[in-house]
Ligand binder design. Structure first.
Ligand SMILES: [Zn+2]
Length: 325
């Protein structure tokens, strides 16, 4: 296969648009990133540069036949692009915007930008969030901050220093607690939780944070009793203590600010059912903030494998109407 016409990479969104002008070039670029341009059969995992190229209506459009198992395949099989009626180039544009815009993009905006329906845009965003959620799995060590916050809802019954300003008028049904864990390096993981009790919070921390690490939290009772596992530093926010022996929870709190500005500013309101996907989206972007947009795009493309979220999985149960994002 001749790959001379495929760009090795591009340095900006504008360059991507010029270098990948159609679905065909996007397909070839995906083959380069996923397969190193060597067709790899997803059915039997055989890598064969000489797989048969099958023509559809007289044209080769990326459909191969494996010489080994004789099954047909395309580069999009097993990815979030598989079976989508949305052209690959629109997916590429969406993925670039999604992974590079710090604050994300709403489905209304994406629908306008791509000339597709809001329903399609919402589904694309959901698939992307799903993929990035799966890749946010990490373990934490060293100095680790843990903190919980709420998205939406009312301040009643809330841990004093976790009260949300300007929460009046928000409905109570979207009040959702989230636990955040952040390493000093800046790596973050969030988890939507049922409540902020010790029995909920502790197992998550012991699961995600290596024992022997330095754990920094505020004085919330749910964090009590973790000293057997960690060097536990408690910063007493109730007593206006924000730094203790140079330890603090400012980094995770800054992340909460970013997350909330994103959710309230761009997405306006997120239903509790989908909140974890938004949190994963922000965590993914945050965790990859040190690589540039183009590297992140390639990285995202590589990580689209086998993580196809079906529309029916998203809308099952009582999710109608869709969130206003
Ligand atoms: Zn095969």
């Amino acid at each position: 296969m001749n790959n001379n016409d495929i760009p090795a990479s591009f340095t900006s969104f504008a360059e991507m648009l010029t270098q990948l002008p159609d679905d065909e070039s996007c397909r070839k670029y995906l083959e380069l990133i996923r397969w190193n341009s060597k067709p790899t059969c997803p059915h039997c995992a055989v890598i064969d540069e000489n797989s048969y190229q099958l023509k559809v209506k007289g044209e080769f459009k990326g459909l191969y036949k494996c010489r080994s198992c004789r099954e047909r395949f395309m580069v999009t099989i097993g990815t979030m692009f598989e079976g989508s009626h949305i052209p690959l180039r629109k997916w590429f544009i969406a993925l670039y915007i999604f992974s590079s815009h710090k604050k994300g993009i709403s489905s209304h905006q994406l629908a306008n930008d791509l000339g597709i329906t809001q329903k399609s845009a919402w589904f694309m965003l959901s698939r992307m969030r799903y993929v990035f959620g799966i890749y946010s799995g990490v373990q934490f060590e060293g100095v680790v901050q843990a903190d919980e916050t709420y998205i939406g809802g009312e301040n009643k019954n809330r841990h004093a220093n976790k009260k949300v300003l300007d929460s009046q008028g928000r409905s109570t049904k979207d009040k959702v607690p989230i636990l955040g864990i952040m390493e000093t390096s800046g790596k973050v993981k969030t988890q939507v939780i049922l409540d902020t009790k010790a029995r909920t919070i502790k197992p998550i921390i012991t699961d995600l944070v290596k024992s022997g690490s330095i754990l920094v939290t505020d004085e919330w009772t749910a964090y009590k009793g973790l000293a057997s596992e960690y060097a536990h530093i408690v910063v007493n926010h109730g007593r206006s203590e924000y730094v203790k022996d140079n330890f603090h929870t400012n980094s995770i709190e800054n992340f909460w600010g970013l997350l909330k500005r994103g959710i309230y500013g761009i997405y306006h309101q997120v239903s509790p059912k989908h909140l974890h996907r938004y949190c994963d989206e922000f965590a993914y972007r945050f965790n990859s903030r040190k690589i540039d947009s183009n590297e992140r795009f390639d990285f995202s493309l590589k990580n689209t494998e086998n993580k196809r979220l079906m529309y029916k999985d998203l809308i099952k149960k009582n999710v109608s109407p869709e969130p206003l994002d």
